[in-house]
Design a protein around this ligand. Structure first.
Ligand SMILES: NC(=O)c1ccc[n+]([C@@H]2O[C@H](COP(=O)([O-])OP(=O)(O)OC[C@H]3O[C@@H](n4cnc5c(N)ncnc54)[C@H](O)[C@@H]3O)[C@@H](O)[C@H]2O)c1
Length: 404
């Protein structure tokens, strides 16, 4: 089998490249970020993830290479960012277009270009296919969206089911065989538009379900009822599965992908739009809870408030679209500054008054707002005794804990 060129070595591209490399596939990883390529080439990982270090070492032993240029080969896997345009809510295809253009410059006739990035349904036809026309060579386009969850990526790469969208069954089956080198889950082959829509639908379903839980939270707050107990009991119904409420929805997937449908189908994607609005309103709702608790305890100085957690979910270092960052933005508008922040997973300083030591952070605050349920705090709940705790993740069972 010829070498696979994985383009984009971020949260998705890197583990995927490593997985191929450790399962008998020759791999060159390409990223236009020189620092990132230098780090990887020097044997340094660029983000933390359970099991990634061992996988990285094994891939280096297997001969994986990292570089900034694109190589001439038969198969490319593209995993570059796909943000949405904040005004139109439609996909911003800039990264995809630019990466595919670079690949097309070097690829041979008959090459296969697999797009792993999540895209709005129709992106391949609208933005990628036209790039392949009139270039004097045939290129097979495939969409193979990724489903893995940060925090459990290595396990899920091997065990999740996958979808492969291709123009013809032969190409779909060939790409399926490539992924089957490491993927033990079912691999469904379909057409490209179905694969595009399916991936966006999966994340939209989760966003709507979380929005329902968040709306219930607001209703239960007004009704003075325990939303967690209600969801726990309701989920005993064999056909009910309500997800957990929280301080908002972050990350590069669930808080982004539903917008693609809102942007492309205005007037039709009404439920999806409402769900986005409800989830985006949660950081402000938490802020209201903090205000109430400060008032109840006669605390006026916001610098006595500490926010635990900066990442968008537990046990990862990814802060993209994080509810805590959204809340800090809100706070700047509504409260005087000075709030303190700590996250064991975020080593670099990204906000003001950021701490890097749990004990020092706790010593300097009276109110602790749990915004992320990292294992660190779950294992150190006793350190919160004596503090006023607002728990937005339902992880703290100390008496007197305030909830959403
Ligand atoms: N992060 C997740 O949990 C997750 C899960 C499933 C799907 N996805 C999807 O996967 C895609 C990639 O997301 P990510 O989280 O890995 O992004 P990322 O920002 O972590 O990584 C993208 C990488 O691509 C590189 N890049 C961008 N343009 C390039 C180009 N033209 N040539 C070479 N390198 C280029 C960047 O330098 C970066 O290192 C997105 O579409 C995302 O929606 C992400």
């Amino acid at each position: 089998m010829s070498t696979v060129n994985v383009v984009g070595l971020g949260y998705i591209g890197l583990p995927t490249a490593l997985m191929f490399a450790t399962h008998g596939v020759s791999v060159v990883g390409t990223d236009y970020n020189r620092d990132l390529v230098d780090k990887l080439s020097a044997g340094e990982l660029t983000f933390e993830e359970k099991g990634l270090d061992e996988l990285f070492r094994a891939a280096l032993d297997a001969g994986i290479e990292f570089r900034c240029d694109y190589i001439e080969t038969d198969t490319y896997i593209v995993a570059v960012p796909t943000p949405y345009d904040k005004d139109s809510k439609r996909i911003d295809p800039t990264y995809v277009i630019s990466a595919v253009k670079s690949v097309l410059e070097v690829c041979p006739d008959g090459a296969t270009v697999v797009l792993e990035s999540t895209v709005s349904p129709g992106t391949m036809d609208r933005y990628v296919r036209p790039l392949c026309e009139g270039i004097g060579k045939t290129v097979h386009l495939v969409h193979a969206p990724e489903r893995i969850i940060p925090g459990n990526m290595v396990y899920e790469l091997e065990h999740n089911a996958r979808t492969i969208g291709a123009d013809c069954p032969e190409i779909g089956e060939a790409v399926k065989a490539l992924y089957a080198s490491f993927c033990q889950g079912e691999i469904v082959v379909t057409d490209i538009r179905t694969a595009e829509m399916t991936k966006v639908v999966e994340n939209t379903f989760r966003d709507i379900n979380i929005a329902f839980a968040n709306e219930l939270t607001k209703i239960c707050r007004q009704a003075d009822m325990n939303v967690y107990e209600i969801i726990r009991i309701a989920n005993k119904h064999p056909r009910v599965n309500i997800l957990s409420p929280g301080p908002g929805v972050g990350g590069h997937c669930i808080s982004v992908d539903p917008w693609f449908l809102v942007g492309d189908y205005p007037g039709l994607a009404n439920l999806i739009w409402q769900a986005r609005k409800i989830n985006d309103s949660m950081p402000e709702f938490v802020l209201g809870r903090i205000h109430d608790i400060m008032r109840e305890h006669g605390i006026r100085d916001v610098s006595r408030v500490g926010l635990y957690g900066l990442t968008y979910k537990e046990n990862v270092d990814d802060v993209r679209e994080s509810p805590t960052l959204q809340m800090l933005e809100c706070m700047e508008r509504h409260l005087a500054g000075g709030v303190k922040v700590y996250d064991p997973w975020v080593c670099r300083d990204i906000v003001e008054n950021q701490y890097h030591d749990l004990d020092k952070f706790l010593a300097d605050v009276d109110i602790v707002v749990l915004l992320v349920g990292h294992s660190e705090i779950r294992e150190n709940m006793d350190k919160l005794s004596g503090k006023i705790v607002l728990d937005t993740r339902n992880v703290c069972d100390l008496p007197g804990t305030y909830r959403l």
